[in-house]
Design a binder for this molecule. Structure first.
Ligand SMILES: [Zn+2]
Length: 55
């Protein structure tokens, strides 16, 4: 299973967020939640990236 790279820089608070520190949420738009997760900034909650986590 591919491991997404990090850290992801938050565009809102400019904090680099490590993959393991990002909050995981379901994606918008009905993508399969077992395969796709949206990473969100733990500081401000902004969406960082949608990543493929398995499948
Ligand atoms: Zn942020």
């Amino acid at each position: 299973m591919p491991e997404p790279d990090g850290p992801f820089e938050c565009g809102t608070c400019e904090t680099p967020v490590a993959f393991e520190d990002a909050r995981r949420t379901k994606t918008m738009g009905g993508l399969d939640a077992t395969k796709w997760q949206t990473l969100c900034c733990p500081s401000c909650g902004s969406r960082l990236k949608t990543v493929f986590v398995g499948g």
